[in-house]
Design a binder for this molecule. Structure first.
Ligand code: FAD
Ligand code: NAG
Ligand code: NAG
Ligand code: NAG
Ligand code: NAG
Ligand code: NAG
Length: 501
């Protein structure tokens, strides 16, 4: 029965592969129409900015590229603004012409169309500075950077920020969605340790957004992505940073019950906020396995905390005292290697044996069914944060999470594949898997049917209410106030107004 299901899927994909993909052909005519807008932008911007066209321009390719190839689209042109004023000029031209556009930080969005477009691709790379203000304890960080750059710039000062856990992830999308970090058990989300944004409003005005200057926008940008304009700089609170301890252990199928047991024990008993584990259950080349990241925010961990994990026979092991930057760079961040991909998520309150058994079962079940093409990759990230992670900022201080009364642990489902014709099969499987895990977790007495999902992990089509809860009406009103012309509706993403595209 299982075998025949897999065979049927395989045949469907093979058959479909013989047909040309409609999506790849559609935008060409439209692209011609957008070309005049590209020219208009080119004539209006300063010499600090540049427009790039398809063809032999390497900058264009870089500007439209994404971590998941399914998140890349062939834009009519790309534009790299170099000043906030030019961002304003560009937004006004796009708004006037009603031209679809996209804003990209580092292009790690897992949903197609969230930072890509057939129209004008804005790539923020030229916002690339990190200015450390030691007296204020603030790092002012450009919206075109990846976390690796930020850690590199701050390392000489022995400070860091509440940022990304693996290499290559963009500061912008990560922060505008919330931000789960190695330091979240200690300081909360990235948005909880942020004191200001430089924002270009949809009407082109550059605004310094803080709790004092624009309390409503300051709240909305902390989780509200690209609904209120384009952010050019983030002011992140810095914390002292020593060397850290940790790294990657890979573990094969025969030892996975031990990983389950160690994970449950860690989740239920370790309260040291400097400690974190991130076991990723994956299925690759016909077998389940675990990529386990260990982290301790000090050069040596206290005795005992990680013993159960370290006692499990491993395939590879790279755990040591190192800089935060080195740890982040050593983590596997591009298992897709230029593949198509999707994320989805389930939020839960706590891990236990039944839930971990279900995660392992999902890995095997979907791994066996979806490995119809070599290179297909199925994974489940188990993120056992402390239940206190939302307590580091006041209730109502950010658009996400909608409630801070209970800490929610975001479980990340991540599938990668090669052929565009498998997109729907893979996305539907991720939805089914999330639904099944939700049932298992509900069955364990965890009341998560309305628990907020993390916007940076949620699959396209997720209702806004599932991410922002009771904040949705307030976010819609805020969007209408600052973007009455619906300029930002021309860009994709989680939208608090009509999607104009
Ligand atoms: C390998 C990998 C590891 C990850 N690890 C983590 C993790 O540890 N913790 C975590 O919380 N998340 C994690 N994520 C999810 C990550 O937070 C999101 O993918 C995030 O959106 C990436 O930001 P980006 O700038 O690279 O994305 P982009 O694709 O460039 O942008 C994402 C969204 O933000 C909007 N946006 C980007 N820049 C701006 C701007 N300047 N102004 C307004 N809107 C903008 C875009 O329009 C888009 O809607 C990970 C993702 C990947 C692929
Ligand atoms: C960001 O921090 C810098 C350095 O402290 C400061 O000059 C600037 O005004 C801050 N901007 C915002 C928007 O908070
Ligand atoms: C994946 O990461 C490795 C190590 O950082 C890098 O050398 C390689 O080019 C990356 N591959 C892709 C496809 O991004
Ligand atoms: C394994 O997962 C599949 C798919 O979600 C489900 O139908 C099945 O009941 C699960 N098996 C066990 C033993 O939990
Ligand atoms: C742009 O919008 C902001 C916020 O609504 C407003 O304060 C500002 O005056 C507007 N600028 C222009 C030029 O209309
Ligand atoms: C805005 C800000 O920086 N908030 C907090 C960052 O984290 C520390 C430690 O939890 C808090 O003291 C700050 O208030």
């Amino acid at each position: 029965m299982r075998q025949s299901l897999a065979t049927a899927t395989y045949l469907a994909v093979l058959l479909a592969a013989a047909l040309p993909s409609a999506a790849e052909h559609k935008p060409v005519e439209a692209r011609g129409a957008y070309a005049s807008v590209c020219q208009e932008i080119r004539e209006a911007i300063s010499s600090a900015s540049a427009v790039h066209f398809p063809g032999l321009d390497a900058a264009y390719v870089k500007d439209i590229s994404h971590w998941a190839t399914s998140s890349t689209a062939q834009a009519a042109c790309s534009v790299e603004p170099g000043t906030a004023e030019d961002v304003g000029t560009i937004l006004q031209i796009l708004g006037k012409n009603k031209t679809p556009f996209a804003v990209k930080g580092a292009g790690h969005a897992s949903n197609p169309g969230f930072s890509s477009t057939p129209g004008v691709q804005i790539a923020m790379y030229r916002f690339s500075e990190v200015n450390y203000d030691a007296a204020a304890g603030v790092a002012e960080v450009g919206a075109g950077l990846i976390w690796d750059d930020v850690y590199t710039a701050l390392e000489p000062y022995a400070v860091s920020v509440v940022g990304g856990r693996v290499s290559g992830v963009g500061v912008a999308g990560f922060t505008l969605g919330g931000g789960y970090s190695w330091k979240t058990n200690q300081f909360g989300l990235t948005v909880d340790n942020l004191s200001g944004f430089e924002l270009v409003l949809p009407n082109g005005t550059v605004a310094a957004v803080t709790q004092d200057s624009y309390p409503d926008l300051f709240w909305g940008l902390k989780g509200g992505f690209n609904n209120f304009g384009i952010v050019t700089k983030f002011n992140l609170t810095t914390h002292p940073q020593t060397e850290v301890w940790g790294g990657l252990i890979t573990i094969t199928e025969d030892q996975l019950d031990k990983v389950n047991a160690a994970t449950v024990k860690f989740a239920q008993t370790v309260n040291d906020p400097k400690a974190q584990v991130l076991p990723t259950y994956n299925f690759l080349l016909g077998e389940p396995g675990v990529s386990l990241l260990l982290f301790y925010d000090y050069p040596t961990p206290p005795d005992g905390i990680f013993d159960d994990f370290l006692a499990i026979p491993h395939f590879t092991k790279d755990v040591k005292t190192r800089t935060l930057l080195d740890l982040v760079k050593s983590a596997p961040a591009n298992a897709t290697g230029g593949q198509r991909a999707i994320f989805h998520t389930v939020s839960l309150l706590q891990f236990n044996d039944k839930i971990m058994d279900a995660v392992l079962n999902e890995t095997k079940f979907w791994g066996e069914r979806l490995s119809f093409q070599s290179g297909n990759f199925i994974s489940y990230d188990v993120e056992p944060f402390l239940s206190t992670i939302f307590s580091h900022a006041p209730e109502g201080s950010s658009a996400y999470p909608p409630s801070r009364s209970t800490g929610l642990l975001p479980l990340n489902i991540y599938y990668a594949w090669g052929a565009s014709l498998a997109d729907e099969t893979m996305q539907n499987a991720a939805r089914q898997s999330a639904a099944h895990l939700t049932q298992v977790i509900l069955g364990e007495g965890q009341d998560i049917s309305d628990a907020a999902l993390y916007g940076n992990y949620a699959i396209l089509g997720t209702p806004l209410e599932r991410i922002y809860g009771q904040n949705v009406p307030k976010l819609k009103a805020l969007k209408a106030k600052y973007d009455p012309g619906n300029v930002m509706g021309l860009a994709g993403g989680w939208k608090f107004g009509p999607q104009a595209q």
